[in-house]
Design a binder for this molecule. Structure first.
Ligand code: PMP
Length: 324
């Protein structure tokens, strides 16, 4: 069972059994990629299960909807609550949350506006995306022969299902050639991002990440890492990164909800630094994981308690002591 811990899926306002969570094959989304989604994580912190930056993720989801002229019936607050309820309904503590808004069944004309806007949320246990080992030792990556989307084609700021056809080309090519991930350049030849991660480069103690204008998704982990790095006194700049910077960086890492903070140990078989996780990467990983696991105070208000909210659907025994 690839979706461990998942028994009920939230669809348009009610929970349905896993087996019954279906869409018609003639739904617009199936043919034309008319969907936008999010990937969010809930951590079983020392304070009990808490969702990392739930509001920022759902806000980005609604931004994606706006870009594609999709108007969800539900408010952001309602949909956030549905994410919380989904975790409670499935009795999970530590999980990945996948909300999706998509155009359903009506017409297969390219103009989708007659198709209903449907919403779903699934939650399940998902381990380290780039491997348990990857978090400590780093991953081997290549520069992809595929570019990210040109800015006036597919909007990179929208997390649309269609964008992931591009991601799949990058990821498959990397996998077939024996790498764990690919880094794509933007159409101007400057570094953009991984197939499902933003990228950070460190040289002489300074931290650089490509700007939003480089066809990157405005990653929420990216923003978190920038905040934590600045807090520690590092200079963090968003600037264009020429490809060759990847070969002369001291340290490099990916950020993403699934990948969390994963060091990169080689690019095109050229070792990054000495080929092991670097000290700044390790320091930032520690700061990040301490935050996620509730080992430090939630000083930025990034965490949303799951079982502690009075309006959660039901109580779960052993869900931790967070009841505020
Ligand atoms: N870029 C792409 C293409 C992604 O799919 C993701 C994962 N959502 C990211 C960056 C990282 O974004 P986040 O930190 O918000 O998960």
């Amino acid at each position: 069972m690839p979706f461990e811990g998942l028994s009920k899926i939230w669809m348009n306002g009610s929970f349905v059994d896993f087996e019954d969570a279906k869409v018609h094959v003639l739904s617009h989304v199936v043919h034309y990629g008319s969907g936008v989604f999010e990937g969010i994580r809930c951590y079983n912190t020392e304070r009990g299960p808490e969702i990392f930056r739930l509001h920022d993720h759902i806000r980005r989801l609604y931004d994606s909807c706006r870009i594609y002229r999709m108007r969800p019936e539900r408010s952001i607050e309602d949909f956030e609550q549905a994410c919380i309820d989904s975790i409670v309904e499935n009795d999970l503590k530590d999980c990945y949350i996948r909300p999706l808004v998509y155009r359903g069944f009506n017409t297969l004309g390219v103009d989708p506006r007659k198709c209903p806007i449907e919403m779903m949320i699934a939650v399940w246990k998902w381990g380290k995306y780039l491997g348990e080992d990857g978090i400590e030792k780093g991953v081997d990556v290549c520069v992809s022969s595929w570019n990210r989307m040109a800015p006036n084609t597919f909007p990179a700021m929208a997390k649309s299902t269609a964008n992931y056809m591009n991601s799949q080309l990058i990821r498959m090519e990397a996998g077939v050639d024996g790498y764990e991930e690919g880094i794509a350049l933007a159409t101007d030849g400057y570094v953009s991002e991984g197939s499902g991660e933003n990228i950070f480069i460190i040289r002489d103690g300074r931290i650089i990440t490509p700007p939003l204008g480089a066809s990157v998704l405005p990653g929420i982990t990216r923003d978190s890492l920038m905040t934590l790095a600045k807090e520690r006194g590092y200079q963090v700049t968003e600037s264009r990164v020429p490809r060759e910077m990847l070969y002369i960086a001291d340290e490099m890492f990916f950020t993403g909800t699934a990948a969390e903070v994963t060091p990169i140990r080689s690019v095109d078989r050229i070792p990054v630094g000495n080929g092991a996780r670097g000290p700044i990467t390790e320091e930032l990983q520690t700061a990040f994981f301490d935050y996620l696991n509730g080992r430090v105070e939630d000083r930025y208000g990034w965490m949303t308690s799951v079982y502690g909210r009075k309006d959660a659907a039901k109580d779960v025994v052993g869900a931790g002591s967070a009841t505020a």
